[in-house]
Design a protein around this ligand. Structure first.
Ligand SMILES: [Zn+2]
Length: 152
């Protein structure tokens, strides 16, 4: 946890508790922060000596990283584009078999894992562009992959 000294547009100074600096930025951008005295959402962080850290920050959950597939003899002599497609298809197969499909729960589940509220494991699922951007803003490692229709 981090304590930030905050100042609203009305000049009220107050404290805010956040999981991380990124957490603060995310809440500020989504206008979730407001002054407890006047309710103003125009809140800025002010430099402070009272910044406190409780323990280490949550470790980052590495994204599922499949092993790099190696070209095989059947790929000899094929054109590079076809080979790239085959390698990509294998990488997807690898990711799809080794990750848990959480479907539309993906954004919620990715957050839980990141904040250590759920067991760390590779997951896959669906997220809208907006949900994806929010995860990235929070510093949660996610990877977007176009999945061919046959794998859907
Ligand atoms: Zn205020």
């Amino acid at each position: 946890m981090i304590v930030f000294d905050l100042l609203c547009s009305g000049g009220h100074r107050f404290e805010g508790w956040f999981g991380s600096a990124a957490d603060f930025s995310s809440q500020k951008e989504r206008r979730l922060l407001s002054c407890p005295s006047c309710g103003s959402a125009r809140v800025e962080r002010v430099p402070s000596a009272s910044r406190v850290n409780f323990g280490a920050p949550a470790p980052k959950v590495p994204p599922a990283k499949p092993q790099q597939p190696q070209p095989t003899p059947e790929m000899q002599g094929k054109d590079p584009f076809a080979i790239a497609q085959m390698l990509y298809s294998r990488m997807l197969d690898e990711m799809l078999t080794k990750s848990e499909d959480v479907g539309k729960q993906f954004p919620a589940e990715a957050r839980k894992i990141y904040y250590q509220e759920a067991p760390a494991r590779p997951i896959r699922g669906e997220a809208t562009q907006e949900q994806h951007d929010e995860l990235v803003e929070e510093g949660i490692p996610v990877l977007r992959l176009p999945v061919p229709p046959r794998l859907n």
